[in-house]
Ligand binder design. Structure first.
Ligand code: PMP
Length: 423
């Protein structure tokens, strides 16, 4: 079926890399979960705008007006892509990490935060100034909902509370029951933020339908690697918080007081948290990617990705010693992200061999989700991951894992080369 087998055009398809065994080969980028290549169309849109680049919200000249229009229309496009509510605010940030740190800085006083230990560190760690309850790794989606409900039932129902949850795991690719978790949060008077860094590039995300209060994602995982991220959702906490960054753009008026100090009146819309000159090219690129994915249609994108996931799973299933990591079971629905270990191998060495001998780029380590990967590997803090872990002897536990991830630009040949190389 050509609809399922034709990848979207992306940059970097023709990059060749040398092999240690001699010769060269086209690079197989199978680390989309870290950063996906730019869609050709995003690159074209960025190039078309580049000659007209100007300052946003600052100049009276034509290029400045054009850039301001482009920036604000990018905001509207991304809000439509996320199916935001009419009164939601959408702030352009640098990344998911930045978005979640912004929300963490905007928590009301006394806010309690609930987060599963299985989260990416970007979702696990920003809540330093709040009372945080870390929830144990669930083994089924239903258990995730029950665990959250149990924890929320014990909270002070008067105070503010926030749940932070991923839509798709950056380690296992597994989908989390976001709608059910949002319903549980709301039933207990809490709010919920969705970390959609891995979900949004692969699945439609509707803020309205999932009934989440905020959503965060990164442009560079959504085929728009130009330094932009997004935080979208309820306006009230953002409006009531101190600006994330203080400076021009966030301030409406600044005046000297008689006592020598300075009075500031801050903006209350998205500008409140976008001080300084914003990344208009990054915002334009994210909007372009949102348009491209919407026009391609998520039905086709999901179908294509399922086809690739099946190929990878079938290929790995035939290799002795390979164990695919999963929290919710091998058949759980997932996006194009899959981690595994190979008995007797240090995953870092395995990943290095895939690169040096086959021209395949994957990731190894603990993937900025240390507690989750340790749970999946059945290890303790000795699993340090990134590099230098000792070779696991046959029968011993691996101390780190290998992750393969792909998406809209991945040709079948890349995953076929990958499974053949693993075998
Ligand atoms: N959340 C998840 C689930 C992720 O996979 C990542 C990136 N690996 C992040 C958050 C952080 O994204 P960024 O590095 O773009 O801030």
């Amino acid at each position: 079926d050509p609809a399922v087998c034709t990848p979207l055009p992306v940059l970097g398809r023709d990059v060749t890399v040398p092999l240690v065994t001699g010769g060269e080969v086209t690079y197989a980028a199978l680390d989309y979960a870290a950063s996906a290549p730019a869609l050709q169309r995003v690159w074209d849109d960025v190039a078309a705008y580049a000659p007209y680049y100007g300052s946003v919200h600052r100049g009276a000249g034509y290029l400045s007006q054009l850039s301001t229009d482009l920036f604000e229309s990018a905001r509207a496009t991304v809000a439509a892509f996320l199916d935001c509510r009419a009164d939601d605010e959408l702030v352009f940030t640098r990344s998911t990490t930045d978005s979640l740190n912004l929300l963490a800085a905007a928590l009301p006083a006394g806010c309690q935060v609930f987060v599963f230990e299985t989260e990416h560190h970007a979702s696990l760690l920003p809540w330093r100034d709040a009372r945080v309850t870390y929830l144990d790794a669930p083994r089924t989606p239903d258990e995730a909902v029950a665990t959250l409900e149990g924890a929320l039932a014990t909270r002070d129902p008067q105070g503010p509370a926030l749940v932070c949850v991923t839509g798709a795991s950056n380690v296992t690719g597994e989908l989390w029951p976001v709608r059910e978790l949002a319903a549980a949060a709301h039933a207990h008077g809490a709010r919920i933020v969705l970390d959609a860094a891995q979900l949004a590039p692969h699945h439609p995300v509707s803020v309205r339908d999932l009934d989440v209060d905020w959503v965060a994602f990164s442009g560079h995982k959504l085929y728009a690697p130009f330094g932009s991220g997004v935080l979208a959702g309820r306006a009230d906490w953002l409006r009531e918080a101190e600006p994330y960054l203080a400076g021009g753009g966030a301030s409406r008026t600044v005046s000297r007081r008689a006592d020598g100090g300075v009075d500031v009146e801050w903006h209350d819309g998205a500008a409140r948290h976008e001080a300084g000159s914003p990344n208009v090219i990054g915002a334009h690129a994210v909007a372009s990617a949102c348009k491209a994915l919407t026009e391609e249609g998520f039905d086709r994108l999901v179908a294509r990705e399922r086809h690739l996931i099946e190929k990878v799973r079938t290929g790995l299933a035939g290799v002795p010693g390979v164990r695919v990591l999963s929290l919710f079971g091998d058949d759980a629905p997932r996006v194009g992200v899959l981690s595994f270990v190979v008995e007797g191998w240090n995953s870092s060495h395995f990943a290095a061999a895939l690169s040096a001998e086959y021209g395949i780029g994957v990731r190894d380590g603990l993937f900025c989700a240390h507690p989750l990967v340790r749970t999946l590997l059945g290890t303790g803090p000795e699993a340090q991951g990134e590099c230098g872990a000792p070779e696991a002897a046959p029968g011993e536990k691996s101390l780190n894992a290998i992750r393969v991830s792909f998406g809209a630009g991945t040709p079948d040949e890349h995953v076929e080369r990958f499974t053949a190389a693993v075998a």
